[in-house]
Write a protein that binds this ligand. Structure first.
Ligand code: SF4
Length: 412
């Protein structure tokens, strides 16, 4: 109970699975007492995931190019076309990295890159079909609406055509990349050449219609207001309502690969190094944790909430497990994009599992669709492969230059 009956009533309704309005979410975000807010969000988690399981994933983010025409101000990864530090990996290199990931138990690859001026739909068809042909066991959870818009523009085809073709080529799931901040004002301030938030959501809705489910993300801390943060999740919830109403998303059958809609929401905090936006992240730990909790209460139509230990740190990632989070995301055998803007946190399989267990949750290894691959009820059930650790390669770091070989190859 709090001193404010209005806040009490909203928290109770949210905890019981009722819908809260954007105005109510803003009130909770700015005024609800921290512990009561976390307790209500945790009640949602307990109802949705009563077995107390928190999941993790093993995947690798493989970057195919850092060349990009979109020049987002917060991005430390991209290089403009013709820049001497620009690169595009041949398919052999991508397959090599995917093969290393498979050897280490990855079930997913996230192929991620810039908007290369020459990369149309055929490039992505070749990329996805090559990976799928070589490693059919890998789920391809990759690219985002911005890349789909870019490839459609390069080739002069419709978004629908691009989605149908890349799905047929092997794309299993669309990453929530490029959401940044969806409302117009903060989006234009940090990514003036990117499509609007409404357009980003339109592409997601088309993909959902074609049976591709996705995640949704949010980058906090570049100067957006509290109202704009809530507006971001309001926009996503409205599109998910559409997916649910049309039967593209159904919690009961969400593990079917043929179901669309958003499977998870993943907020993360802006990293301020090596980019044109500079400044420091303006999302404090408390703002992040409060937002996590409000998101859990607000998204009555999205199953999973993922913490971003990569940007916030492992302690805060663990704490978020008591604010409504049910998934710690990936070990990330390789990550370059957020790391090049300053995210320095790394982890490994044992550490991630320990973080979950010592937060009084049951760790479980999952696949892209949240199907449990192994539930580690006791430490005796834990996997023992100490090679499964987070890395970042040197390719996107200041100075660019030659890629350092990852130690992942020392496996056979
Ligand atoms: S965030 Fe993506 S679209 Fe924006 S500049 Fe970086 S690579 Fe390009």
């Amino acid at each position: 109970m709090t001193a404010n009956p209005e806040i009490d009533s909203i928290l109770q309704r949210g905890a019981d699975g009722g819908r809260i309005t954007p105005e109510e979410a803003l009130l909770l975000y700015t005024e609800a007492p921290f512990h009561e807010l976390g307790e209500a969000a945790d009640a949602v988690r307990r109802r949705r995931h009563p077995e107390g399981i928190v999941t993790y994933l093993i995947d690798r983010n493989i970057n195919y190019t850092n060349v990009c025409v979109t020049a987002c101000k917060f991005c430390a990864f991209f290089r403009a076309p013709k820049h001497k530090e620009g690169w595009a990996h041949p398919i052999e290199e991508i397959l090599h990295r995917a093969g290393e990931a498979v050897e280490l138990g990855a079930t997913q690859v996230m192929l991620q890159g810039g908007h290369h001026p020459d990369f149309g739909v055929a490039y992505y068809e070749h990329l996805f079909s090559s990976v799928k042909q070589e490693f059919p066991q890998l789920a391809i959870h990759s690219i985002g609406p911005s890349e789909i818009l870019h490839m459609a523009k390069v080739d002069g085809v419709s978004i629908e055509d691009a989605v149908i073709r890349i799905k047929a080529a092997g794309l299993d799931s669309i990453a929530g990349a490029g959401a940044e901040m969806l409302p117009d004002r903060p989006r234009k301030a940090i990514a003036p050449l990117k499509e609007s938030g409404a357009r980003w959501l339109e592409v997601m809705a088309i993909a959902h219609r074609h049976g591709l489910s996705s995640t949704a993300t949010m980058m906090m801390g570049t100067g957006e207001t509290n109202f704009e943060r809530i507006e971001h999740i309001r926009m996503i919830r409205d599109v998910q309502d559409l997916a649910v109403a049309n039967g593209y998303s159904d919690v009961a059958v969400e593990q079917s690969h043929e179901v669309g809609g958003f499977r998870a929401f993943i907020p993360w905090t802006y990293q301020a190094e090596n980019n044109h936006l500079k400044g420091r992240t303006q999302a404090t730990t408390m703002e992040y944790l409060r937002f996590i909790a409000v998101s859990r209460l607000f998204f009555d139509n999205i199953s999973h909430l993922q913490a971003s230990w990569l940007t916030t740190g492992k302690d805060i990632g663990q704490l978020s497990l008591h604010m409504g989070v049910d998934d710690l995301g990936s070990i990330m055998l390789e990550e370059n994009v957020i790391s090049s803007a300053g995210a320095k946190h790394r982890s490994n399989l044992q550490e991630l599992i320990t973080m979950i267990r010592t937060a009084d949750r049951i760790p479980a290894w999952r696949d892209t669709w949240y199907k449990h691959l192994a539930v580690h009820l006791t430490p005796a059930d834990d996997p023992t492969d100490d090679r499964v650790v987070s890395h970042f390669s040197s390719i996107a770091l200041p100075g660019g230059g030659v890629r350092k070989a990852l130690p992942l190859v020392q496996t056979s």
